[in-house]
Structure formats: C-alpha cells, structure tokens
Design a binder for this molecule. Sequence first.
Ligand SMILES: [Cu+2]
Length: 284
Amino acid sequence: MGPKVKEPNHFLRIVLWWLVVSVIGTALVVFVLGPGLPPGNASVEASGQVTDNTVLMALSVPVAAAVLVYLTYALIVFREREPDVIVDGPPIRGNASIQLWWLVTTTVIVLFLAGYGSIRLLADGSGGGQGPNPIATPAAFKTDPPLEVQVIGQQWQFTYRYPSYGGVETQHLELPANTLVKLHVTSLDVIHSFWAYQLGVKADANPGVDNVAYVTTKGPVQFNIRCAELCGVWHGYMFDTGRVVNKAEFATWIRTQRVKFAPVSKSLPPSSKTYFPDPQRRGG
Ligand SMILES: [Cu+2]
C-alpha cells in the first residue's frame, strides 16, 4: 500500500458529467433529431406523434446518461490497477439517501409519463382506433362535422366507402386537405390493420366492428397505406398510395369515382357500419 491519497469527490464529478451529457444530449434530441422523427408532419395527428416521440426521447436522455456516465466513470476511475489484488468492493447496504432518491425519481418519471400519455391520447385520439364509441375527439370536431370515410379491409386490399357521396366505394383513398376525417375501419373477412403511415393513423380492421379513428389532414401529400396485421398469404400485397389533395381536386375526383363505380354500386350491399363474412361475402 502506498501513502494514502485524498479521494476526490467522485459523486460531485459524476453529477457534473451527467449534467453536461444530459444537457447536450437533450438539446440534440429536441433540436436536431426531433424534427425528423417519424411519422412526419403530414397530419395534425402525425405532428402530435412527432411531438410525443420527441418528449419521450428527450426524457430518456438523462436516464440513459446517468447509466452510461456512471459506467464510463467507474470503468476508468475505479478500475483495479494492481492485478494481484482482484477483489470486489464491499456491498453498499442501508444507504437511506440513495434508496429515497431512487424511489422518488423513478416514481416521478413513471407517473409523469403515464399522465402525459393519457392526456395526449385523450386530446384527439392520436390517430389510433377507438372502437365504435370514441371518447377522444379532435378539437376541430367541435366546429365542423367530419368527413366520414369507411375503410374496408378484405383479403387482400382496402376499399373505401364515402357515405356522404352516395356510398360510392373506391379502390384508392383520397382525402381533401385541411379536413377532419372520421375513418370507420372495418373488415369483410379476417383481422387486418389499416396503417396510413404519414398520416399517423393505425387502426385494427375487424369484421363486425366499426373502429373509429380520426385524422385531421393538412396540405396535399402522398401517403403510404399498408396492412399491419398478418392476414393471409397475400398480406404483403396489401399496400397502396393514398393522397391528400386540395378540396377542388377532391370534388372532381369523387365525382369521377361515382360515375366510374356506378354500375358496381348497384350490386353492393347497402352502406352499413359493419359487414360480416359469408353469406354476405363480396368480391374484392
Ligand atoms: Cu390485411
């Protein structure tokens, strides 16, 4: 043993390093990484998800920094330098201060996240399916009636029915810009999942269930549609490109669709909130 050297204040050093890494890391997440997080800003709900992803990631930075800074510090400073005395340090027991801080910090973080998540979810449904009686309606709902669009999953494509335009059923999804849309997601056969990625919408499509999801469109944009539930051999084929277009363009498009699908519309079953498989099976 050499002469006793005065130990530096390890705790203070670790806290200072943690502060530096946390401040830099959080700033990077909020200002550099955050704006590019999925699913982008194509709808109000998608923007909300970007905000939530940014908040969650920013909060996780100090937590991860605490672990990594301590680990790095310990590896460098507490490393055993004399290879012939390889022994563990004594275990720490009964440190009331550490125990209290651990309990308080983890409890506050978990409760805050639960509260934040619940409030954000209840504000507008966040683009998720809410079942037939949604409780979380977007702010725009209070002023304007939404455009209702039924999304019908079937092996292996989605079709779209517009009840306010004579119940016309189309093979592609077009939506007017700057509009609150109430999507009624359902299925004709098995369980599918309607996922309009850039719009931030994902909702289960079940036969016999009217699953409502809200989306508030912004400007014109193209978005990807995929089935997000393994639904059979051609599941991977269930993709399409949808479009948000300006209102005049939408009016023209829906008029064309009504003409184009008029002969087919006659043989469709009447508009319904839900459909079932056989005997009411229909061609896709
Ligand atoms: Cu599917």
